[in-house]
Design a binder for this molecule. Structure first.
Ligand code: SAM
Length: 290
């Protein structure tokens, strides 16, 4: 085994002559070592750092010994705040960071970048950690094509519709998820795609990092028995050529409920689709109550 490398032995930060513009800087998603030398140089040379939460960014900067003027800025910030930040970026280097990872990836920044570019301000991206990309790199699912689809909706119907909307996409699907919603999302995926390979990447770069794969039903069972904690990326492999066509289970159940009670309707649709009868029964009861 090699001996551990101490930070003081690492290469020093390359010199950076501060140049005016807007710099989009990625910060760690857990492990504080995951920041680039260039990101530290740009943060250290920034006239202003715009961030989602000044307390979160303040802590991060303190860790690296960087002092800077902070400005809270999220996508709900009034347009005049964005204009002031853009005006300052004409004269001096201004940085945008989010609480963690790459800004604009399920994080604020889109409006600021768009308006800065329209105003002729140079926008530079300083790449680094991103949970979606880290999860894809470790999940063992096809990575030649992937669709990052952000967070799934919270409500069952909207979630099912969102999943059905990407059913035909021939690429690995990457979603951000929260621990309390994981099991329900896995059940929804199991209903729609019982045979696809799914992966759950949790607590990336942190002490309890794990990446677990299997069918959505098996993973739902695992997380029902071991409720997950922390931050999660949920990945779904692309459809195989033999995958059964996507069923509109609600439509099938509604048709069956026209002549049968929820139990019989669930049984019929279970036979038609191969979807678990108990799940269909629960949904049939909901549809009957609508
Ligand atoms: N901009 C960030 C990025 O580049 O990954 C994502 C911000 S988004 C508001 C936060 C979501 O990203 C979390 O709910 C989780 O789904 C995912 N995430 C962030 N850090 C993570 C980590 N360390 N492990 C797993 N997922 C993470």
């Amino acid at each position: 085994m090699k001996r551990p490398v101490r930070p003081s032995e690492l290469p020093s930060i390359p010199a950076w002559e501060p140049v005016p513009g807007l710099y989009i800087v990625a910060t760690p998603i857990g492990n504080l070592g995951d920041i680039t030398l260039r990101a530290l140089a740009v943060l250290g040379g920034a006239a202003l750092i715009a961030c989602e939460d000044t307390r979160v960014t303040g802590k991060l900067l303190k860790h690296y010994g960087i002092k800077a003027r902070l400005q809270r800025l999220d996508d709900h910030a009034p347009p005049e705040v964005r204009s002031r930040v853009i005006d300052e970026a004409r004269q001096a280097p201004v940085v945008l960071v989010s609480d963690a990872g790459t800004p604009l990836v399920s994080d604020p920044g889109y409006r600021l970048v768009r308006e800065a570019r329209a105003a002729g301000v140079t926008v530079t991206s300083i790449p680094g950690a991103c949970a979606a990309v880290s999860a894809l790199a470790m999940a063992g699912l096809p990575s030649d094509r992937f669709l990052f689809a952000g967070f799934l909706p919270v409500k069952d119907k909207a979630r099912a519709e969102a999943l059905e909307g990407v059913a035909g996409v021939g690429a690995t699907l990457v979603f951000y998820e929260t621990a309390p919603r994981l099991e329900r999302s896995l059940q929804a995926i199991a209903e729609l795609w019982p045979t696809r390979e799914v992966a759950v990447a949790r607590e990336l770069t942190k002490l309890h990092e794990e990446c677990r794969s299997g069918t959505a039903a098996a993973l739902a069972g695992h997380y029902a028995a071991h409720p997950p904690k922390g931050e999660i990326v949920l990945l779904v492999g692309p459809p195989s050529e033999t995958e059964a066509p996507v069923h509109d289970t609600d439509a099938l159940l509604r048709a069956a409920l026209a002549d049968a009670g929820p139990g019989k309707a669930a049984g019929q649709v279970a036979k038609q689709t191969g979807i678990d009868r108990a799940t269909l029964y629960a949904r049939a009861l909901e549809l009957k109550g609508e």
